[in-house]
Design a binder for this molecule. Structure first.
Ligand code: SF4
Ligand code: SF4
Length: 433
């Protein structure tokens, strides 16, 4: 039975229509000192030190860049411990205990519009570097490196497709703060001297279309920014798919979109760029979805980076019943990482946490139905890659181009036999790296 599918049930109705809950005053935040891209760090503070909101407390070291670490509340530095990161690994985290005074660091000052109007690419790159802007849709890639491109950019695209099931935080961010997204796009266009901006949404998201087009028409009609509606399938939010369908630009595997004159930014990143340029704010907060069938009141939150998920589960009236075990998915259910612990925090790149009843799925043997092959957006043969992993045949994994997998999760989703095919392909990528 071939079950080709690029439609996944989205479950967004759990949270999409609800107003965003603001939760900006947690007792404690926990700031990851390491992440998927930065293995080492230096700290500039000691236990007991006082820090202000937005103050630099250390620096993370990545392979080819450094990233300041900022305090996301004002208060007192506590201990360093370990917390799970979105990468699935436990990493060092430092506590900051809130003094509830919300004292801003002296660097957090508004930049007047007449000053912003004169900023060029180098100025904006420096601002994003100092404010540690990264891809907040989950990539974590430093935004200043993207913005520093020397290629001619003809189109800047804000990716607001949000195709992962359950997630609606980008949706709420646009409804609540459309101007931040539009202004962030304007600043990127200014930095790159780019004439054309685009905000890509899913075709069925009429409220987004309404709000964005109205704000653009009434307040920003001088900017060449259009809103495009793309198909309702998964993974339409994959950047390469967005560029192809919104602009007709096909970026071959292994090449960079900027070589084709196009650059994309996630919605939260674009709003973050606005806040960095206009208010000199680092990424101290984010929109975030807490949802799933195991909690009483799924909803979107506006939270400080470093907020404990256990705090937010309490804010959401706790678990529905006393489950023996819940499954906690950090990120979307298709591409995220699952754990059974809710002792996790909202990092810059955590778009969502989904808490589900932990149902065990029994894998059946592969029936060679081909569903995973027909559904793969990267045109791979996931079942063959899985077989190569079982044989530890790295040559075969390479010749099947396992490295081109975008880890969208579709092969596991459609699998007739409930096999975690994506996990095998991920493993193949690691083995041949
Ligand atoms: S092989 Fe990779 S890209 Fe293809 S469906 Fe599976 S996870 Fe997606
Ligand atoms: S791995 Fe699953 S989807 Fe792929 S061929 Fe086998 S049974 Fe079908």
């Amino acid at each position: 039975m071939i079950k080709k599918s690029r439609k996944v049930r989205d479950y967004k109705e759990l949270t999409r229509a609800l107003p965003t809950q603001t939760y900006l005053d947690p007792e404690t935040v926990y700031i990851h000192l390491q992440n998927g891209r930065c293995k080492t760090y230096d700290l500039y503070v000691d236990e007991g030190d006082h820090v202000d909101f937005g103050e630099v407390i250390g620096v993370r070291h990545g392979g080819f860049f450094e990233q300041p670490i900022h305090a996301t509340i004002s208060g007192t530095i506590g201990k360093i411990g370990k917390k799970l990161h979105r990468t699935g690994r436990k990493v060092d985290c430092i506590e900051i205990k809130n003094d509830f005074k919300n004292t801003y660091h002296k660097t957090i000052t508004d930049r007047p519009d007449h000053v912003i109007d004169k900023l060029d690419q180098d100025d904006m790159v420096e601002i994003l570097k100092q404010k540690a802007l990264v891809g907040l849709g989950g990539s974590g890639f430093p935004s200043y490196i993207k913005l520093a491109t020397k290629e001619t950019i003809n189109h800047v695209v804000v990716n607001a497709v949000e195709c992962e099931p359950y997630l609606s935080s980008d949706y709420r961010l646009i409804l609540d703060r459309p101007e931040e997204v539009i202004m962030g796009l304007k600043y990127v266009m200014q930095a790159l001297n780019c004439e054309h901006g685009m905000i890509a949404i899913k075709a069925d998201k009429n409220p987004l279309y309404e709000v964005l087009t109205q704000v653009i028409e009434r307040r920003y009609s001088d900017l060449n920014i259009e809103v495009v509606r793309l198909g309702n399938y998964y993974p339409q939010g994959w950047e390469i798919e967005v560029f192809k369908n919104a602009l007709g630009i096909e970026v071959p595997h292994g090449e960079l979109p900027m070589s084709y004159g196009v650059l994309g930014f996630n919605v939260s990143t674009t709003a973050g760029i606005y806040n960095a340029v206009k208010h000199n704010l680092p990424v101290v907060e984010r929109y975030f979805t807490l949802t799933g069938d195991a909690i009483n009141y799924p909803q979107n939150y506006r939270v400080r980076v470093g907020t404990s998920i256990q705090d937010l589960i309490r804010q959401s009236d706790g678990y529905k019943e006393d489950f023996d075990e819940v499954l906690v998915v950090m990120g979307g259910p298709m591409m995220g990482v699952s754990t059974v612990s809710d002792d996790v925090i909202v990092s810059k790149t955590t778009t969502s946490v989904i808490v589900l009843k932990n149902t065990e799925y029994k894998e059946e043997p592969c029936v060679r139905c081909g569903s995973c092959v027909y559904s793969c957006p990267a045109h791979l043969e996931p079942v063959q890659i899985m077989n190569a992993v079982k044989r530890n045949d790295k040559d075969q994994m390479k010749s099947l181009h396992a490295d081109r997998c975008i880890e969208c999760g579709l092969c596991a989703y459609v699998c007739t036999s409930k096999i975690h095919v994506t996990d095998y392909v991920r493993k193949a990528k690691r083995l041949i790296r």
